[in-house]
Write a protein that binds this ligand. Structure first.
Ligand code: T5A
Length: 218
């Protein structure tokens, strides 16, 4: 059986990742594909337990290395229990955040050495590098306003440890994601998150259909 395709979504807080993950999954399911939607940190029972700990704003700040190890511990379990078995069965996996989030949050912005991150990627991720990564680029002021609006609208999600950081932190996140996507154009596409939900979904569908022909095996 042909291996399924692995698609990841990346971007800053409130960029619209979860919304677009859902819409792309609906599109691909409509085409007859067997689609698994998942997220990071999380996506398996152990990884979800780590998510609770690592995103809890009530605990004091962690050292960047501890965070990177925790995100990667969650990722290793997620890959082993959820992502790789699905791909091997020919299912398509769409993941809300993945390795680029660690590279940006803990690496480019957090200051952790690139060598450490490269080593963790080699140990944990390879050979399961995404076939396509969609970077939703958005002014962080707009993204954070959307998150706040959602909270005021009744979604009772607590503020996580990153949402409350300074505007400069979020601007550096944006630049970090753009740098990775520009350095790896064969894997990544950059889309403008300021469009309407529907226009953005159409653009992302176009990229997925063009870059990941359904007959092609992995
Ligand atoms: N993290 C994660 C690390 O530091 N290292 C790592 O290795 C990993 C994997 C995860 C946190 O963990 C950090 C990064 C993060 O801080 P999370 O709860 O998963 O935290 O948070 P986010 O991924 O940032 O998810 P959000 O839900 O905050 O944002 P999304 O998914 O980008 O946005 P979405 O789709 O939920 O939309 C937000 C709001 O905007 C509206 C939606 O309806 C929603 O209300 N919206 C739009 N409004 C107008 N126009 C559009 N085009 C819109 N699209 C969505």
């Amino acid at each position: 059986m042909a291996r399924g395709k692995f698609i990841t979504f990346e971007g800053g807080e409130g960029a619209g990742k979860s919304t677009q993950v859902r819409l792309l999954a609906e599109h691909l399911t409509g085409l007859g594909l067997d689609v698994v939607v998942t997220r990071e940190p999380g996506g398996s029972p152990f990884a979800e337990a780590i998510r609770t700990v690592v995103l809890d704003a009530a605990t004091p700040p962690h050292a960047e290395l501890s965070e990177a190890l925790l995100f990667n511990a969650a990722r290793a379990d997620h890959l082993e229990r959820t992502i790789r078995p699905a791909l091997e069965k020919g299912r398509w996996v769409i993941c809300d955040r993945f390795m680029d989030s660690t590279r940006v949050y803990q690496g480019l912005v957090g200051g952790l050495d690139q060598e450490v991150l490269d080593a963790l990627d080699r140990i944990v991720v390879q050979p399961t590098v995404p076939d396509l990564t969609v970077l939703i680029d958005l002014d962080p002021v707009v993204g954070l306003a959307r998150v706040e609006q959602r909270r005021l609208g009744g979604a009772l999600a607590p503020v996580d440890r990153y949402e409350s950081r300074s505007p400069d932190f979020h601007e550096r996140l944006r630049e970090g994601f753009l740098r990775i996507a520009r350095d790896e154009p064969q894997r990544c596409v950059i889309v403008d998150g300021f469009q309407s939900v529907d226009a953005l979904a159409r653009e992302i569908r176009g990229h997925a259909d063009a870059r990941l022909p359904r007959g092609r095996t992995g």
